[in-house]
Design a protein around this ligand. Structure first.
Ligand code: ZZB
Length: 262
């Protein structure tokens, strides 16, 4: 898979993260990025939060840039080490260990998002075996993200989050399609009566529909490429993010990814 890895700069770690990192000299004076693999760079204007799996193990790793550290799974760090994204070819240098639940409540700056900073929140379905294990959330165009955000809004106590970490971060209209309007994922979830991230069968169908409709029929209605088709805008926005040092290209051989079947 040809991913774009979006660099979400940590602006404030949650108290639990800080406790886990206390006394760590390797992170002093460094910029730390939570790195999220996406196939839809054109949707980054609509990021409302970042997702982690609460039981997933993450690390903080040295990168090709001496002042930048990446927070992601070790598996992703090992792949990146062969893509010029580590200190030297094949070299993986971990400077800290973390567990997803320690990251919840941290704040990151999501490039291009209309929101100046967004929170790290829990999602049940994050796969440790795909991408970086960090997922950036675009509830306007990703049915999985929208369904999860609905769960979090309904049951903040159950998910151990503060309601304000998601309450004022509404989905942002960024792409318009003739079939589903300017909020493709909320429209699909309503039509298909999807109420929770647990509705996996329906969500898989909704995701398929959202991908196809967005790609073939979507028009950008926000940002630098407003007015252009999604097909045209996608590579341009990807390049714009890379040029600004807000993203890096990242490849993952399809046969090494245990995606849909888990
Ligand atoms: C932002 C985004 C916006 C995404 C959208 C999708 C959509 P796929 O579709 O299965 O091939 N993702 C990335 N890593 C993980 C992970 N470890 N666990 C669970 N989900 C993950 O996978 C690519 C998409 O799955 C990625 O693109 C990411 O969500 C998520 F509007 O990033 B996406 C209709 C989908 N729309």
């Amino acid at each position: 898979q040809d991913y774009t890895c979006i660099k979400l700069k940590v602006v404030e770690f949650a108290p639990e993260t800080l406790a886990a990192l206390a006394g760590n000299k390797e992170i002093e004076g460094k910029q730390i990025f939570m790195v999220a693999a996406t196939l839809r760079p054109e949707t980054m204007y609509g990021q409302t939060n970042c997702f982690v799996g609460v039981d997933i193990k993450y690390g903080i790793f040295k990168t090709h840039k001496s002042d930048e550290l990446f927070l992601m799974t070790e598996r992703a760090a090992r792949n990146m080490a062969y893509q010029n994204l580590s200190p030297s070819n094949g070299q993986v240098v971990k400077v800290a260990d973390l567990v997803g639940r320690q990251l919840v409540g941290s704040q990151v700056k999501a490039p291009l998002s209309v929101y100046p900073s967004v929170y790290v929140l829990p999602m049940d379905g994050v796969l440790a075996t795909k991408g970086t294990g960090v997922v950036t959330s675009v509830p306007s165009d990703s049915p999985d993200d929208y369904a999860t955000v609905m769960d979090l809004k309904k049951k903040p106590d159950y998910y151990k989050i503060q309601p304000e970490w998601i309450a004022s971060f509404d989905p942002v209209p960024i792409i318009e399609t003739p079939a589903y309007g300017n909020l493709v994922a909320p429209t699909l979830c309503a039509q298909m009566k999807i109420a929770s991230q647990k509705d996996k069968t329906q969500l898989a169908l909704a995701k398929d529909a959202a991908y196809k409709d967005g790609f073939y029929n979507g028009i950008m209605i926000i940002g630098e490429m407003a007015g252009k088709s999604v097909q045209e805008a996608k590579p341009l926005i990807r390049q714009l993010l890379i040029d600004r040092n807000d993203a890096v290209p990242y490849n993952e051989p399809e046969n090494l990814v245990m995606s849909r079947s888990g």
